[in-house]
Design a protein around this ligand. Sequence first.
Ligand SMILES: Nc1ncnc2c1ncn2[C@@H]1O[C@H](COP(=O)(O)OP(=O)(O)O)[C@@H](O)[C@H]1O
Ligand SMILES: [Mg+2]
Length: 240
Amino acid sequence: MSALLETRGLGKKFRGLTANADIDFAIAPRSIHCVIGPNGAGKTTFLSMVSGHLPPSEGRIFYQGRDITRLSTVRRARAGIARKFQTPSVFPGLSTRTNIELAALRGAGSKRERARRIDEVLETIGLAALQETPANHLSHGQRQWLEIGMLIAMQAQVLLLDEPAAGMTAGETEATTDLLQSLVDTHGVSIIVIEHNMDFIKRLSAQITVLHLGQVIAEGSFDEIAANPQVADVYLGNHA
Ligand SMILES: Nc1ncnc2c1ncn2[C@@H]1O[C@H](COP(=O)(O)OP(=O)(O)O)[C@@H](O)[C@H]1O
Ligand SMILES: [Mg+2]
């Protein structure tokens, strides 16, 4: 298997603070990869380097075999790497459908192909019945799905999600794991997802990377991670 996206020796220093150090990471095509770790572990910093919002202090990032370490955020997005931020970026007064339409304009294809893609996305994110509803009338969870739908509408190949289930109800959280899996199955995307919620991570059955103090301390399936004593230490706060 060759990786779709890969980092080698990726590191980030903020003045004296090492936020990420020597991160070797790889995500396969058509897969979900979770990044977990306690607060301040360096998860968001890692995602920001992959999306191009932060320049690495060291190391390299490869996408489809190409070195993208110095590529701008805009060019990365055009190449298919798209990030959803924790703060919403939908147009609140516009309808759900219009939000998806605007995102679709950033993708390729004829008008007809785009219209088909818009319908498909609304169906996938479970908001077809609410397509005329203004985005600010959607529930918190529905707005998150709308944003994920916008990434699909703009034909992203790699979705970067920073705590997509934060603030969601248990039901919404469950629906979100199903949504992510269906995006992989039906749209063939890959997803790097940072998440705190252990139920979410368990349901996904994805590959997991654990960060602690900016470094990778474990990698594996949920069961492997759950059985790892060092991971338990970090989560129970038994470290110095
Ligand atoms: N822009 C920044 N300037 C200085 N320090 C930062 C900046 N962003 C993050 N940090 C620090 O880097 C470390 C990792 O932060 P972050 O990547 O946000 O962790 P996480 O997302 O895992 O909670 C923290 O100690 C944080 O305070
Ligand atoms: Mg964070």
